[in-house]
Design a protein around this ligand. Structure first.
Ligand code: AVJ
Length: 317
């Protein structure tokens, strides 16, 4: 963690991985963000999932293992567990206490469900714990968390999932869509300042974990849509010139200099489908809300096979 953070804070321009937003407090703040009126992704995705559930259940089939990447509070997965014939669930998250708490709750609420939890940073690659017999998996990657990766890294991540998922497996991914810039920017600059607090909490997290003496009032939250890159950028801007110390290294910030803390890429439906295709996935089905705010994709491995089957069925009289 020291090496990674130090590399980011001494780079030009400065950055810090968004995963450091998610300590216990950060995970809680994110849950609050999900309920904000400006933050449309969560409720929109939940509505899409609820409406698509019969179809998702049909696509997922019987006795697959459900694997959730970045499970957080494991709220959305409840929608799946209610409707799918799933006996086994694995939640993967970087925030340990949060993961344990939420998977415990799942286990209590669904007594028939075999629940596993893996505390891991899946951005560094994915492997499954040995208890998971990977016959057929349904991956669940909701919330447009995939938007935190650059498109290149997203492709790489999907590719590693593609190699992990045995044939017949599926991947259900939530992807936020490009839209009116005002709607996008409002979602990351809420009136109550919860997103600002979420961003600034990263400093508290680094202080606690690494002992960097941050004065959080010397920073402020800034988020905007970068149209060229099709992404929301979140930054912590330094209000003053300041010097920080980390493990004997000096980090200098100019007045107005920023630490780039998060990217949240926004895609078009076809843009995301071609990215998935480059990673080896076929797009089986996509659902979008009426206002075109958010998309949920059901991807399957072996797209070649898929195309062949569709072709054959078209040939039949
Ligand atoms: C969890 C990464 C999908 O990018 O919208 C919310 C995180 N950051 N508000 C997003 C986030 C600021 C969120 N993701």
């Amino acid at each position: 963690m020291v090496e990674e953070v130090l590399a980011g804070l001494t780079a030009k321009p400065k950055y810090c991985s968004p995963k450091y937003l998610y300590d216990q407090k950060g995970s809680e703040l994110f849950e609050t963000i999900c309920e904000l009126p400006e933050y449309y992704p969560t409720r929109t995705e939940e509505a899409i999932l609820a409406r698509a559930m019969p179809e998702i259940a049909a696509l997922a089939g019987e006795d697959a293992t459900l694997v959730e990447f970045g499970s957080g509070a494991s709220r959305k997965v409840r929608l799946l567990l209610e409707s799918l014939s799933i006996q086994r669930y694995l939640g993967i998250d970087i925030s340990r206490e949060f993961l344990i708490e939420s998977t415990r709750r799942l286990a209590a609420d669904y007594p028939w469900l075999e629940v596993h939890a893996a505390c891991a940073d899946f951005t560094r690659g994915v492997a499954l714990p040995e208890v998971i017999d990977p016959k057929r998996l349904v991956g669940f990657f909701p919330g447009s968390s995939i938007g935190n990766f650059t498109p290149e890294a997203a492709e790489g991540f999907l590719n590693s999932l593609h190699q992990l998922l045995p044939p017949g497996s599926g991947l259900l991914v939530g992807v936020d869509l490009v839209k009116d810039h005002q709607i996008l920017e409002a979602a990351y600059n809420d009136a109550d300042g919860v997103t600002a607090e979420f961003n600034l909490n990263l400093l508290d997290h680094l202080r606690r974990k690494l002992g960097i003496a941050f004065h959080r009032e010397r920073f402020h939250h800034r988020a905007f849509f970068n149209a060229e890159e099709s992404r929301i950028e979140m930054h912590l801007d330094s209000r003053t010139a300041q010097v920080l110390q980390l493990k004997g290294k000096t980090i200098r910030l100019r007045e107005g200099e920023s630490i780039h803390t998060e990217n949240s890429y926004k895609y078009s439906v076809s843009g995301f489908q071609s990215l998935a295709a480059r990673a080896g996935f076929g797009s089986r089905r996509v659902w979008i809300d009426d206002q075109g705010l958010f998309s949920v994709h059901y991807l399957t491995s072996s797209p070649g096979m898929q195309l062949m089957m569709e072709h054959q069925s078209q040939q039949r009289p």
